[in-house]
Design a protein around this ligand. Structure first.
Ligand code: ADP
Ligand code: NA
Length: 338
C-alpha cells in the first residue's frame, strides 16, 4: 500500500511561532515527514481574513517558512509551500463554497467566537468562509479513490474538529453530486501533542492573540528574556513539583513543557525534583528551553540571510504541491462541467 499523506497548515500571523505552536503542532510535522508523504503550507490566504499589512505579511510568511525548515522540515522529505503560490486553493474553495449551505457555514463555532470579538459588522466574508478554504486546502491533496488508495490524514486539535467534519461532509457531497472524486480525510490526533498554557495565566491557552508578552515564549526569542519568563512563570504558594492540573496549573504546565522537550514522563520529573523546590526546577527547565530553541533561532536567521535560497525552496515546494493540486483540479473542473 502507498505511503499515507499528511496535510497541515499554519498562519503567518506573528513574527515568530511560539512554544505552544511548536509542542502542539510543528514538532509533530517534523516527525511525520518520515512516515508520510507530507504537505505543509503557510496559509497566507487565511491570514488576510482579518485586516493586514502587506509588507508585514510578506515578512512573516518568509520567517514562518524559515522557522519550519530550521525546526527540521527537510524540503527533500516534505513539501513545504506557501498557499497563495498554488492558486488552485482559491479555485477549489470557490467551488466548495457553492455546495456549502449558508446555515451550515454559519454553525462554525470558531467563526462565532472570532467574529463576536469584532461584531459581525466589522467582520469579513473571508472570515466566514475560512473553513471552506480550509476544506479546499485539505481536499486538493486528497488521494485518488480506488484500489491501493492512500489515506490523507490531517493533524488537528480539538478546536479544528468541526472544520475537519465540514471537510468530510463537503467531500462526500461533492462525490454524491458529481461522482467519486475525493477520499474524505481522517483526523490524526498526535499522541505527543501537548496543550501549553500561558505562563502568567496558566489556565488559559498560550496564544499569540490572547497572551501577554510575559505569558508567551517565542521560538525566536533571545535566551535572556526566555529564561526570565520561565523564572517568573506563575506557580502557587506550595513547594512541591507535582502534576496537579486543578490546584497547581502553573507547575502542571511547566511539567508538560519539560516532559515534552526532554521526552521523559512527567512522573520521572516529579521524582527528580522531589524536595528540590520551584527555583531549581524552573532554572533547569529554562536551560532546556534555551538549549532547544537557540539552534532553531540561529538556523532561522541563517536561512533568512540567503533569500535566494529560500526562494528556491519555495519555488520547488509550490511546484510539487501545484502538480498534485492541478491533478486534482483537472478532475474537479471536468466533473463540475467546466
Ligand atoms: P494561536 O492560538 O497562537 O493563534 P494558532 O491558532 O495559529 O495559534 O495555532 C497554530 C497551531 O498551533 C495549531 O495546530 C494549534 O493547535 C497549535 N497551538 C496553538 N497554541 C497552542 C498551545 N497553547 N498549545 C498547544 N498547541 C497550540
Ligand atoms: Na516524507
Amino acid at each position: 500500500t502507498a505511503t499515507p499523506r499528511v496535510l497541515s497548515g499554519i498562519q503567518p500571523t506573528a513574527d515568530s511561532f511560539h512554544l505552544g505552536n511548536y509542542l502542539g503542532a510543528l514538532r509533530q510535522w517534523v516527525a511525520l515527514q518520515d512516515s508520510h508523504q507530507a504537505f505543509y503550507c503557510v496559509v497566507d490566504l487565511h491570514a488576510i481574513t482579518v485586516e493586514h499589512d502587506p509588507e508585514t505579511l510578506r515578512r512573516r510568511t518568509r520567517v514562518a517558512v524559515a522557522q519550519l525548515l530550521a525546526m527540521g522540515l527537510d524540503p527533500e522529505r516534505a513539501t513545504v509551500f506557501v498557499q497563495s503560490q498554488v492558486p488552485e486553493h482559491a479555485e477549489l474553495a470557490w467551488i466548495l463554497g457553492c455546495i456549502t449551505g449558508f446555515g451550515e457555514a454559519g454553525r462554525m463555532t470558531q467563526f462565532k467566537d472570532k467574529s463576536s470579538k469584532q461584531g459581525t459588522s466589522g467582520t469579513t466574508v473571508g472570515l466566514f468562509t475560512y473553513p471552506i478554504l480550509q476544506a479546499a486546502d485539505i481536499l486538493l491533496y486528497s488521494p485518488e479513490p480506488g484500489p491501493g488508495e492512500r489515506v490523507l490524514q490531517v493533524p488537528v486539535g480539538e478546536d479544528q474538529r468541526q472544520h475537519l467534519e465540514l471537510t468530510r461532509t463537503l467531500a462526500q457531497r461533492f462525490n454524491h453530486r458529481f461522482g467519486e472524486t475525493f477520499v474524505p480525510p481522517g483526523a490524526y490526533i498526535p499522541e505527543t501533542a501537548a496543550k501549553i498554557t500561558d505562563l502568567q495565566e496558566p489556565t488559559a491557552k498560550m496564544s499569540k492573540s490572547a497572551s501577554s508578552p510575559q505569558g508567551i515564549i517565542d521560538v525566536l526569542e533571545e535566551p535572556g528574556p526566555m529564561r526570565k519568563k520561565i523564572m517568573r512563570a506563575v506557580t502557587d504558594t506550595g513547594t512541591e513539583v507535582r502534576f496537579d492540573e486543578e490546584n497547581k496549573a502553573g507547575i502542571a504546565n511547566l511539567l508538560r513543557i519539560f516532559s515534552a522537550l526532554e521526552g521523559v514522563p512527567i512522573e520521572d520529573l516529579e521524582r527528580r525534583y522531589e524536595g528540590a523546590g520551584y527555583g531549581r526546577f524552573k532554572k533547569e527547565l529554562a536551560a532546556l528551553v534555551v538549549d532547544t530553541f537557540t539552534p532553531i533561532r540561529e538556523r532561522t536567521l541563517k536561512l533568512l540571510d540567503d533569500q535566494e535560497q529560500l526562494d528556491r525552496v519555495l519555488a520547488e515546494g509550490a511546484d510539487r504541491a501545484g502538480a498534485v493540486a492541478r491533478g486534482t483540479m483537472e478532475v474537479v473542473r471536468d466533473r463540475v462541467g467546466f
